[in-house]
Design a protein around this ligand. Structure first.
Ligand code: UDP
Length: 380
């Protein structure tokens, strides 16, 4: 901090899930009145990010607009570090906040390190223990953890993972996950103004009387055979009269290229474009269970009382599995079908998962983070 001005905190992110999880932090920092807050988006994803910015009413101070078609990880990394470094030189923040595990997270942290600017890591301490699953996220977050001097861990398990890597105890703060802040905000918005989630009401009507399965699948580790298996499992499940599937398709050609031909034309499958967050939250509320390989959705669905079957072999979010809200089913078609059918047919198994405790926080994570950062410790 210099010249009596407020400490300048630069918050950066580049993808949809990061925007969802960082807008509550930005709002909470503003609420304290103790910071000069700057928001820098790298736009590693473009359209998906813009939808969340609009919903949250967030106008970035800098938009690097870095997304390019078919971007390779190394070319994107190079662009990120060079462009973000230039922004640091221009804005001279006192601290930078990054989120989670993307290339934006790692490259922004490195650019800060090269300039000795302290980094706070939101959603710190997630570990699968396998650097190739999820790939490249596991290494993105480990590198960020080495650089950060403040680690906002969402859960005790995440905090323990940091301690196991000898991270200074005083730099670790367990806050819950900001995704719950975002979810509660979105849920309230949709409840008070249902027209803000226009995609879901017609599907609810179309699928009335059926058990709704909400599906997302987009992880790199599942590209190829994994996606084919997921498609084949969904075809089998869609053969049941009591089931309907809503699947917002990720635009990546490795996903849409497999799913569109395999799943188009089924009466009880709705393939949609990616949903705006408010529609997505409305879909999770409308469904009976969730099949996903996503990270964030493993945290959101339990907060809405929806069982989650995770189409991965490992998860860096073991809390849901431990709490009984999530189950790892991998990407083998027959296992996906068997586990889904079990939830559809075994009411006791369903209730056990639906009623399990949400381990990811109470929706005050953003305010807790702001209070930890605030010079006069604003109360959450
Ligand atoms: N999401 C959304 N619309 C969609 C799919 C997902 O708003 O069509 C939201 C979802 O609620 C969650 C986040 O995006 O908060 C998860 O993003 P994604 O699955 O792409 O990434 P991950 O969490 O695996 O990094």
């Amino acid at each position: 901090m210099s010249g009596g001005r407020l400490p300048r905190i630069l918050v950066t992110f580049g993808t949809r899930p990061e925007a969802i999880k960082m807008f509550p932090v930005v709002a909470a920092l503003h609420e304290t009145g103790q910071f000069d807050v700057k928001v820098v988006v790298t736009a590693q994803h473009r359209e998906l990010l813009d939808g969340v910015l609009a919903m949250a009413g967030l106008v970035p101070d800098v938009d690097l607009d870095l997304m390019q078609p078919n971007q390779s990880l190394d070319a994107l990394s190079a662009r990120l570090i060079a462009r973000f470094g230039a922004v640091l030189d221009d804005l001279s923040p006192d601290r930078v906040l990054v989120h989670g595990d993307t290339l934006t997270t790692m490259m922004a942290s490195l650019a800060c390190y090269f300039r000795r600017i302290p980094v706070g890591h939101v959603e710190a301490g997630l570990r699968s223990g396998d650097i190739y699953s999820p790939w490249p996220e596991e290494v993105n977050r480990k590198v960020t953890g080495v650089i950060a001097d403040l680690h906002f861990a969402p859960t005790d398990i995440a905090a323990a993972a940091l301690r196991a890597e000898n991270v200074d105890e005083n730099s670790i703060h367990v806050t819950g996950n900001t995704v719950i802040d975002a979810l509660l905000f979105a849920r309230e918005k949709v409840a008070s103004a249902p027209h803000l989630a226009p995609a879901i009401a017609p599907l609810r009507q179309r699928f009335a009387g059926r058990r709704i399965i909400a599906v997302t699948a987009h992880r790199r580790e599942n590209f190829g055979a994994g996606m084919q298996n997921v498609a084949s499992a969904l075809q089998t499940l869609a053969g049941r009269d009591d089931v309907a599937i809503i699947y917002p398709l990720h635009p990546n050609p490795n996903v849409a290229g497999v799913m569109r031909p395999a799943l188009t034309g089924h009466a009880n499958i709705a393939l949609t474009d990616p949903l705006d967050y408010l529609d997505f939250v409305a879909m999770m509320e409308a469904c009976d269970l969730v099949l996903t390989d996503s990270g964030g959705i493993q945290e959101e669905a339990p907060a809405l009382g929806k069982p989650v079957l995770v189409m991965r072999d490992t998860t860096e979010r073991p809390e849901g599995v431990a709490a009984g809200t999530a189950r790892l089913v991998g990407s083998n078609a027959s296992v996906i079908v068997a586990e889904t059918v079990r939830l559809l047919e075994d009411a006791a198994a369903y209730e056990t998962m639906a009623r399990a405790h949400n381990p990811y926080g109470d929706g005050t994570a953003g305010r807790q983070i702001a209070a930890i950062l605030a010079p006069s410790k604003a109360q959450p």
